[in-house]
Design a protein around this ligand. Structure first.
Ligand code: SF4
Length: 269
């Protein structure tokens, strides 16, 4: 099932809007964001829990290029989503970041979107829990921003009924380790980065296994450390902790940088 009457390549859209990329390697770049609904993961620092589930008759919020927004039924074909993207661009075509939610729940949509975007770059932001599906779509995107989730900051996943992939989300430390390594193998040598959210109340050594995995599987991958924004009981980290984790990455010869969530600082969506 992909929504009432929806084609197999349709996906439920939560919102489409133009803004400034706030995270990862392309931080600061004006982009269009296509946020899809549905996520089985339960990151404790999640700032978009409204994207997790699919309501009965979901709606998409489509921002207008120069202010204002309208609502449409959420299930969209790649073609329809491309028209929404074009409608919210204030000027020349921008790079499109598909985010979520977990966009990998909708692989047929992602593959169908590529040819609809013309010369625009297509970036994928993923939680990294679906390596088999990532391998299916990776040739359709120009950049992958791959979260390297520390499983100690995750609650039990909840599958999304009707998702367009049959790949289940990882459960527990061992499955997460396998998913991270497999996802790293998919993006190794490609235009990609690995993103690690560093929350407070942890030791730097807690993050060492993630860095070991990058060193082992994708040693040329850029690693972006994102200090967590406090929310839902998650603490912001002391800067000393972030710097210690950066140093652990440098010890492993990794290309590491620290990037705070710029969109929070700028107070843009
Ligand atoms: S993967 Fe993204 S949308 Fe899903 S729970 Fe984590 S932060 Fe939230």
């Amino acid at each position: 099932m992909t929504g009432p009457g929806a084609a197999a390549s349709a996906a439920p859209v939560l919102e489409v809007f133009a803004s400034i990329q706030g995270e990862g390697l392309f931080v600061g770049e004006p982009q269009v964001f296509l946020r899809l609904r549905g996520c089985p993961l339960r990151c404790r620092w999640c700032d978009t829990p409204g994207s997790w589930r699919l309501p009965e008759d979901p709606e998409a919020r489509i921002a207008a290029a120069h202010g204002g927004a309208r609502r449409e039924p959420a299930w969209a074909s790649p073609f329809l989503a491309a028209t929404w993207i074009a409608a919210c661009e204030p000027g020349a075509p921008r790079t499109v970041s598909v985010t979520g939610g977990e966009p990998l729940l909708w692989p047929a949509f992602l593959c169908g979107l590529r040819p609809m975007l013309g010369a625009r770059r297509l970036h994928l932001e993923t939680g990294g829990g679906h390596p088999r599906t990532l391998a299916r779509v990776v040739d359709a995107v120009d950049h992958v921003s791959l979260d390297l989730k520390p499983d100690f900051d995750l609650d039990e996943p909840e599958e999304v009924p009707g998702a367009g992939t049959d790949e289940p989300a990882p459960r527990g430390a061992a499955q997460w380790r396998g998913a991270r390594r497999a996802s790293l193998a998919v993006v190794a040598g490609r235009d990609a980065c690995g993103k690690i959210v560093v929350a407070g109340g942890r030791a730097a050594s807690d993050f060492a296994p993630l860095l070991d995995e990058v060193e082992d599987v994708a040693p040329r991958l850029a690693v972006v450390l994102t200090p967590a924004t406090p929310a839902g009981g998650v603490l912001a980290p002391e800067i000393e902790l972030v710097l210690q984790v950066a140093e652990l990455a440098r010890d492993r010869d990794l290309d590491v940088r620290v990037v705070p969530q710029l969109h929070r600082l700028l107070r843009v969506p």
